[in-house]
Design a protein around this ligand. Sequence first.
Ligand SMILES: Cc1cc2nc3c(=O)[nH]c(=O)nc-3n(C[C@H](O)[C@H](O)[C@H](O)COP(=O)(O)OP(=O)(O)OC[C@H]3O[C@@H](n4cnc5c(N)ncnc54)[C@H](O)[C@@H]3O)c2cc1C
Length: 478
Amino acid sequence: MRTAKQYLEKLAAMKPNLYLNGEKVGRDHEAVVRASHAIRVTFGLVNDPEFEPLLTATSHISGEKINRFTHIHQSADDLLKKQELTRKICGVAGGCVQRCMGCDMMNGISAAVKDLDAAHGTHYEENFLAFLKKFQEEDLVVAGSQTDAKGDRMKRPSEQWDPDQYLHVVERREDGVVVRGCKLHNTMAPYSDELLIVPTRAMGPDEKDYAISFAIPADTEGVHLIVREAFSQQRDPNIDAPIAHVGDLESMTVFDNVFVPNERIFLNGETEFAATYALNFALFHRHSYTGCKPGIGDIILGTTALIADYQGIRKQSHVKEKLAELISVAELVYAAGIASAVKSTKASSGTQMPNVLFANAGRRHAGHHIYHEFNTLCDIAGGIAATLPLSKEYNHPEIGDFVKKYVTRREGVSSEDCYRAFALAGDLLTGEYSSVVFQVAGVHGGGSPIMEDIAIMGNYNLKEKMDIAKALAGIKSE
Ligand SMILES: Cc1cc2nc3c(=O)[nH]c(=O)nc-3n(C[C@H](O)[C@H](O)[C@H](O)COP(=O)(O)OP(=O)(O)OC[C@H]3O[C@@H](n4cnc5c(N)ncnc54)[C@H](O)[C@@H]3O)c2cc1C
């Protein structure tokens, strides 16, 4: 397994193809290194006695000990461990751990590629297993890249006035294909070793060029990452805190005539499998959300309870009711993920597939409540979360003592602890990372809310429930 240092060294050696704040930069740029914090946590904790049993797994292809973020789940227990790990590690990373994306997409492909070969006499599984071996041996960080720009939402890929709105093959060669298009909202792509691509949606028989899945190094010729950063508020060193180092980079990843060699292709024109690739990733990713959303809920809940305590209002009935509500949202979402793992099934490849209904119901519940959870923290924290003087004023020789005096709440809690708690609430509520990325990702990550409804309705036996109603009503007709 790699160390965080080795991971950063490899990033630094990659060709610069990131565009950040108007400049072309390398992956050793301060903002890139800073944003990779969550990923570095996934390397740094592998020998931690508390995390080791969750963060490591045994590879089903090599029998070696590997980082769980490179594992293909083989049992319900694997899914439970992944969910527990995702929740727990959020508390250390200060939010989204990000690395689940590539792992979820690898699992999604692993569960479909064998059936694809059986149906078409192709050899994509060989390509996939060779890449999986590298993924596990080199402990790679892979950005799951699914969401296309999509142009006019009411038009299919082949109907777009601009064919590049969905990533597609523009040239077929003996040794591979050339692709053009763009993947949007590409979290962590700027600090990933590889980009892993699957289609966004189902494709029709005339959309062979759009039914494409592959993996390539993130600095491949023709790939441009147009990057935007989101971070918490930076602090003066003597009032610094872990939350102040939390952030991410999101990328609009452009593929401008990029060559993909045959051995890196996992789907190429077999249109009826495009939907399976898309849905499998969504399923694994929504199951991951049943771990990370409670993890983010833990941070919001913990901050709300801490501030209520410092304000002296923790025992007030309206506060207790709000805390109980936050707990219930997090635990119900987590319970849905447990149910999804316990009721999981095996794909023909041996990959363990989460139960669709429970994973989607849990993800849906989380998405519906995300803004309300932040609203509750805002309610309890009061306006100071938005108006707290910044760390330079806290440390100012002339007015610093006023800041300390007037952020202090109940007797017995130091002004520094009060300041730290309000600064954390401020980061969560007004910081561009948590208040923008967490909230919007809480709604759209893993697919817009309607996609969960479609998955639920497509997998639910509604007739059975209507038959119950008919029987109780004494209705005999079919
Ligand atoms: C912070 C963040 C990080 C993300 N990270 C990743 C990532 O790493 N990799 C990745 O692949 N994706 C990522 N996503 C993308 C995420 O999966 C998408 O945002 C989601 O699928 C919605 O797509 P969209 O943003 O294009 O929204 P849109 O598709 O534009 O949706 C907007 C609205 O239009 C509606 N709509 C769209 N099409 C139709 C239609 N045909 N008919 C009726 N209504 C329609 C939707 O239901 C929704 O209400 C991320 C998203 C966020 C916010």
